[in-house]
Design a protein around this ligand. Structure first.
Ligand code: CMC
Length: 387
């Protein structure tokens, strides 16, 4: 019945047309709506990149102010969402809670189901970008037993996020501009990456006409795994496990051993087979943050040594395995005081505009329900035994 190609892992199948993000994996190029990621990381900020991804153009000063105001008008979450949060075990993984809480937003915004109305699509996009940091910070506060902080709309997006994470009703500290800038850059560097596993999941879920909040929850679920967004968390766990520079050779040998499932976390990429342009910017941000905080982190030294050894080892060179974005982001997040279990939540917060831009792009053009085929390798037809 019909002819189709067998392409496990979608190595050579384009699932859609898109005008949002361009990647040239061999040359290490990443463009959002045509703009290089290095320029966006240096000259733009996260909310502007959200606007760019969603609307296709950079905003004018007036448009940016209006967009920022609209986002700020939606930063609060419904008080009832707190009861939902309280139902989770306090020690649950934050990504487990994020899947539930973001999915639960679909129960609060019934208008979001009207996906054929551009106004409703836009308001869903705004709500997601505005509320996900609030939810992320609530999840963290819940894990440490502190009251959730309300958002502060006089702060920038990233300052407000750090405020909700680290301030408490008992006392607020000013957020350092260098640290807020680093946080913002982490969000910018994660904002979109075309048809990766989580974005494809959002598109696939969305292709059935599902509620956008549920689709983003599906993206969060797909992001969680260590082969995708969970890698930043896995990098830190790996550095902990390696422990000391003297153990690096042993772990490099494990990574090369095909009978050992261990891989160097934060190395390799499905698309970048030369270098990850985001990792270059991330490394620079990493130096800035550690300089500002005066941290001399032995884990960073370990990471640098690991990078150096891996990059000169023929196994990694022949396979074009370079540090990816998660390799450095883990170290920066640690320096910012963000606990390891929250790393992938940060990735999800940054990736939200990408997910919603792809969902919006798909819904606003003719599309088909995503329905891959399979190569059946099971039993041929057989009769139920008489017994
Ligand atoms: N350590 C050791 N060997 C590796 C690694 C690694 N990190 N990554 C790939 N290889 C080997 C792999 O075993 C294979 O060897 P061989 O050809 O001898 O069988 C070869 O390199 C090609 O790798 P692959 O598994 O075919 O590549 P892929 O495109 O299927 O996988 C990847 C890409 C990112 C899943 C993989 O490199 C990996 O698991 N890396 C570690 C996890 C990680 O850092 N993930 C974050 C990805 S970037 C951020 C994001 O998108 O979320």
């Amino acid at each position: 019945e019909g002819v189709f190609t067998f392409d496990p892992g979608f190595m050579s199948t384009a699932s859609c047309e898109s005008k949002i993000t361009y990647i040239d994996g061999d040359k290490g190029i990443l463009l959002h709506r045509g703009y290089p990621i290095e320029q966006l990381a240096e000259k733009s900020d996260f909310l502007e990149v959200c606007y760019l991804l969603l609307k296709g153009e950079l905003p004018s000063a007036e448009e940016k102010a209006k967009f920022t105001g609209t986002i700020q008008a939606h930063t609060m979450v419904h008080e009832q969402l707190k009861s939902f949060l309280n139902g989770f075990r306090r020690d649950a993984h934050p990504m487990a809670i994020m899947c539930g809480m973001v999915g639960a937003l679909s129960a609060f915004y019934h208008d979001s189901l009207d996906i054929n109305d551009p106004m409703h699509r836009e308001i869903s996009a705004i709500r997601l970008i505005a509320k996900i940091p609030t939810i992320a910070a609530m999840v963290y506060k819940y894990s440490v037993g502190q009251p959730a902080m309300y958002p502060r709309n006089d702060l920038s997006y990233s300052e407000n996020f750090l405020h909700m994470m680290f301030n408490s009703p008992a006392g607020s500290r000013e957020i350092s501009p260098v640290l807020a800038r680093a946080m913002d850059r982490i969000f910018v560097l994660h904002a979109d990456h075309e048809q990766n596993a989580s974005t494809s999941t959002v598109r696939l879920a969305g292709s059935s006409g599902a509620n956008p909040f549920a689709c983003i929850a599906a993206g969060i679920a797909a992001l969680w795994g260590p082969a995708h967004g969970g890698a930043n968390e896995a990098v830190l766990r790996m550095l902990d496990e390696i422990g000391d520079v003297s153990n690096i050779d042993k772990f490099i040998a494990k990574a090369k051993d095909k009978d050992d499932p261990f891989k160097l976390m934060g190395f390799g990429h499905r698309v970048y087979k030369n270098f990850d342009p985001r990792a270059k910017v991330m490394k620079q941000t990493c130096d800035e943050v550690l300089g500002e905080l005066g941290i001399n982190d032995p884990q960073l030294e370990l990471a640098m040594k690991l990078e150096e050894i891996a990059l000169s080892d023929p196994y990694f060179v022949e396979r074009n395995l370079y540090p990816n974005v998660d390799f450095y982001s883990g170290i920066i997040l640690k320096a910012l005081g963000i606990p390891t279990e929250m790393f992938t939540v940060i990735f999800a917060t940054g990736r939200t505009p990408g997910w919603i831009a792809h969902w919006h792009e798909m819904i606003s053009h003719p599309y088909k329900i995503g329905r891959p085929r399979q190569l059946y390798t099971g039993h041929t037809q057989r009769d139920y035994p008489n017994r």
